[in-house]
Structures are given as structure tokens and as C-alpha cells.
Write a protein that binds this ligand. Structure first.
Ligand code: MLT
Length: 326
């Protein structure tokens, strides 16, 4: 081979970025950012910090939590869609941010099914119907009667149209025929503080966010939106037992930008699977009423299929209910 072309080849090789597998082998060699699309202190932030801590141990790099909030999570998710597909920016989200929002927000400038790669399914949270303590009710039936007797007087917190607490409110309205004014927050972390202070009176909120305050007697719970009672809160009846069947669970997940090498997705996935096998991590999540998926449910392929199926299911529900933001 002529010397000059050989040199050119070597030069090209030297300049060429590390190939997929070589790149993945070196990954991660600096901190990874996990974008949380809701305010600090809420259920998605809590999930990010618990999972992030474990991933950091597994991957040997810091996981930086970046709370980029607003518009029911659409802003934080968009930030990851636009990020480099190099494994250093991860999107944490849930049924609201990565499913419902795709149907509700008519002008979303990204596609939740094709602009992000699924990494893994995370635990899911049943919802609790909770009120501030001054609300004169001891049962869910009495809460519904109170709302019907005070139309337009009662306000309830959500994290915006399409958020988990909004989907919970929609399920509550459909199951009870009662309504309350929706007050949007940047997350249910700040919203539950206003509930404790009786600035708002009701929420249908993820158990991991409300249960600690219920246990502390700061707010009251009336029902859990699950098929069966939860071992973490055996005294709280299911919504069906309380007279208004409704089943909604807010599952969380991790995604990365489209084009992220499969080897890197596999490393991230393995780090989360290992984290959720840790007995202390499991105890902490289950104590907050969360259901932990199996490793089989957590593979990128299985999660991708589940995401697409949930997307189609909720697209029909939300279009039939004509829930949309122009
Ligand atoms: C949060 O972390 O604030 C929640 O996930 C918001 C919600 O979807 O209700």
C-alpha cells in the first residue's frame, strides 16, 4: 500500500471519534445529568434521587439531578430530546410526561415515541385521594358530598394538564361525578405543602408524595386507586371499597435521546436493575406504597413495548374525553 494513503488512513482513524463499542467501553467517564421535569421534593424527584444514588454506585460516576420544570413536564422532557445522544443526559418521567402529554399537548415540538429511546421501566405509584384536615369528611362518600354541596368552592392541586395528579383528578371526576377547581403547580412537592396549609383542599396524588404526610397526621387519605389495599397503608381502603371504583397507577421510566448507542443504554439499564435489587432500596420504595417491576419488565425492549401500548391506550381515553391543550 502507498505510504501516503496509509498515513491518511491512520490520521483519519486518530481523528475519528471512538466507535460505538469503544465509546461505550469508556462510558461513563464523567457525571451524568438526570433531568427531572418537576419541582424538587415531589414524587418524581424522590424517584430520581433514590435511583440516581444507586446508579452512581453502579456506574462509578455522579448522577446530577437537574429540576427543569414547567408545563406539566413538557419543558424538562424537551431539554433531553435536544441533548446529545451520548448517555450523559437522561430523562426521568412517567405516564403523564411521556404518554398523556403526547396526546394532550397539540403543539408539542417532539415525538415521545420516536425522539427518545426507552432505557427502563421504574416503580409505579398508586394514587391517594387526600384532603387538608379542615375538610369536614371522614369517608370518600363524605368528600364527594362535600364537593357536590360546595361546587366551585373547593380547589385541588395538580402539576399541570397531563401530569399524574391531573390524570388522577380526571379519574376522580369520572368516578364520582364531583368536581374541584384545578390549581397548577410546578410539581406536587410544593402542592402538598399548600394542602397541609389548607391553601388548597384536595389532591389525587402519588402515594410516595402524600403518604408520609398522612402518617404524620398533616393531611387525610380516603382511598387508594388500586385493585387491592397496599401493604404500606393497610388502613386506607381501595377506591372500589370506598364506593367509587377507579384504578390508576403512575409508572415512571427512564429515556435517553434518540441515537444513543445501544451499549450505553444496556449499561444504564443494568445499573438500574441492580439498584432495584438492593433490599434497602426496595424497602424504601415499598414503604411508600410503590410497586417495583421485575427485571423482565425492565428490559429496554419490554419497556419500549409497554410504553407504546400505554400511549395508544391513553390516546383513546384522552381523545374520547376531549382533554387537550392547544
Ligand atoms: C411530581 O413529581 O411533582 C409529580 O410527578 C407530578 C405529577 O405528575 O403529579
Amino acid at each position: 500500500m502507498q505510504r501516503r494513503p496509509a498515513l491518511a488512513l491512520l490520521a483519519a482513524l486518530a481523528l475519528a471519534p471512538l466507535s460505538g463499542s469503544a465509546f461505550a467501553q469508556a462510558y461513563p467517564n464523567r457525571p451524568i445529568t438526570m433531568v427531572v421535569p418537576f419541582a424538587a421534593g415531589g414524587p418524581t424527584d424522590l424517584m430520581a434521587r433514590i435511583i440516581g444514588e444507586g446508579m452512581s454506585k453502579q456506574l462509578g460516576q455522579q448522577i446530577i439531578i437537574d429540576n427543569t420544570t414547567g408545563a406539566a413536564g413538557t419543558i424538562g422532557v424537551g431539554k433531553v430530546v435536544r441533548a446529545a445522544p451520548d448517555g450523559y443526559t437522561i430523562s426521568i418521567g412517567h405516564l403523564g410526561t411521556h404518554v398523556a402529554n403526547g396526546t394532550i399537548y397539540q403543539n408539542l415540538n417532539y415525538n415521545l415515541l420516536t425522539d427518545l429511546e426507552p432505557v427502563t421501566l421504574l416503580p409505579s405509584n398508586p394514587l391517594l385521594v387526600v384532603t387538608s384536615n379542615p375538610v369536614p369528611a371522614k369517608t370518600l362518600k363524605e368528600v364527594v358530598e362535600y364537593l357536590k354541596a360546595n361546587p366551585d368552592k373547593v380547589s385541588g392541586g395538580t402539576a399541570g394538564m397531563g401530569s399524574g395528579s391531573h390524570l388522577g383528578a380526571l379519574a376522580f371526576f369520572a368516578a364520582t361525578g364531583a368536581k374541584y377547581q384545578l390549581v397548577p403547580y410546578r410539581g406536587t412537592g410544593p402542592a402538598v405543602q399548600d394542602l397541609i396549609a389548607n391553601q388548597i383542599q384536595i389532591m389525587v396524588d402519588q402515594s410516595s408524595n402524600s403518604l408520609p404526610h398522612v402518617r404524620a397526621g398533616k393531611i387525610r387519605a380516603y382511598a387508594v386507586t388500586a385493585k387491592a389495599r397496599s401493604a404500606a397503608m393497610p388502613d386506607i381502603p381501595t377506591a372500589a371499597e370506598a364506593g367509587y371504583p377507579m384504578e390508576v397507577a403512575i409508572w415512571h421510566g427512564l429515556w435517553v435521546p434518540k441515537g444513543t448507542p445501544p451499549d450505553i443504554i444496556a449499561k444504564l439499564n443494568a445499573a438500574v436493575v441492580a439498584t432495584l435489587q438492593d433490599p434497602d432500596v426496595r424497602r424504601r420504595l415499598e414503604d411508600l406504597g410503590q410497586d417495583i417491576p421485575t427485571p423482565e419488565q425492565m428490559t429496554p425492549a419490554a419497556f419500549g413495548a409497554y410504553h407504546r401500548a400505554e400511549y395508544a391506550k391513553w390516546k383513546k381515553i384522552l381523545e374520547d374525553a376531549n382533554v387537550k391543550v392547544e
